[in-house]
Write a protein that binds this ligand. Structure first.
Ligand code: LER
Ligand code: MN
Length: 277
């Protein structure tokens, strides 16, 4: 399995975006460490120079595994389930901009997966859950229609209950995919969230077979893999066994610092891969 790591392309407050700050320097550093790719966290694609970014990635021979979109929620409050129709429309338009950016950054025919994490929103007090669920399906249908035309895939990330109350588990994610009914929609499995929500992480990976579009790796305490109690040898083995051939992307706290956390993650994941073959 190829390894990538989250680098924020624009300033953000999300603390598990492992690398933040000077984008050019971070890309070079990640390459030097030995990652095969980078996952870019992008608040607003229109505020980026996509041509310059594509050129820089080409120079470094670095693939983009995925585009994170959560900053559009965290920094601007965009949400696919906002009670405000204008906010929902802008969230869809923003995801469509991420789909366009994905087509600009794709290399060797593979476009980065566009992630729907916290951009799905969370329920405000008194908000009707059934209506929000329906709005989420409608928003994703619109995004998938744009993605289908562009040859881009979208991955919904089940996120633990302390961060959102919409789609916490793999089972809920699979149900949502069925409701949307689009081949472009799959799941992002994040081991940190799975450790909180899934009764059996390996069984949930097997249930998601064929629909896993992207993977985030962080340990049980959201430190780098190897610093907590998740069995990454078993997790990587299960992903391999279901035929997952995408990236495992590091999204963990930059502790004791981003470089050291990234080194520890690489060391641990490579050792686990050796064991699984
Ligand atoms: C994002 O990938 C994530 O895991 C969430 O906890 C926050 O967006
Ligand atoms: Mn994640």
């Amino acid at each position: 399995m190829r390894l990538s790591i989250v680098v924020s392309a624009q300033p953000a407050s999300f603390e598990a975006a492992t690398f933040q700050g000077d984008l050019d320097a971070n890309l070079a550093f990640v390459r030097e460490l030995g990652f095969d790719g980078v996952e870019l966290a992008v608040r607003d694609p229109d505020a980026l120079d996509a041509d310059a970014l594509a050129a820089r990635l080409g120079e470094l021979d670095l693939d983009v595994s995925a585009l994170g979109t959560g900053q559009a929620w965290g920094e601007e409050g965009l949400s696919l389930t906002s009670p405000d129709a204008g906010v929902r429309r802008r969230a869809v338009e923003r995801l469509e901009a991420h789909v366009r950016l994905s087509t600009r950054l794709g290399r060797a025919g593979a476009c980065p997966v566009v992630i729907v994490g916290l951009l799905r929103g969370k329920l405000a007090q008194g908000q009707d859950r059934a209506l929000a669920a329906q709005q989420l399906v409608e928003g994703l249908k619109a995004c998938c229609a744009s993605a289908a035309g562009a040859g881009v895939r979208i991955a919904v990330e089940p996120i633990n209950r302390y961060e959102t109350d919409l789609v916490n588990t793999v089972a809920q994610g699979l149900e949502l995919i069925e409701q949307v009914g689009a081949a472009e929609l799959g799941l992002l499995l994040d081991t940190f969230h799975m450790n909180i929500e899934e009764p059996d992480i390996l069984q949930s990976i097997r249930r998601a077979a064929g629909r896993v579009f992207h993977v985030h790796v962080a340990d049980s305490n959201r430190h780098a893999p190897g610093q907590g109690h998740i069995d990454f040898e078993a997790v990587l083995g299960a992903l391999d066994a279901i035929g997952y051939r995408g990236f495992a992307s590091g999204e963990f706290l930059p502790l004791p610092d981003a470089g050291e956390a990234a080194r520890r993650a690489l060391r641990h994941l490579r050792a686990c891969q050796k064991e699984t073959g």
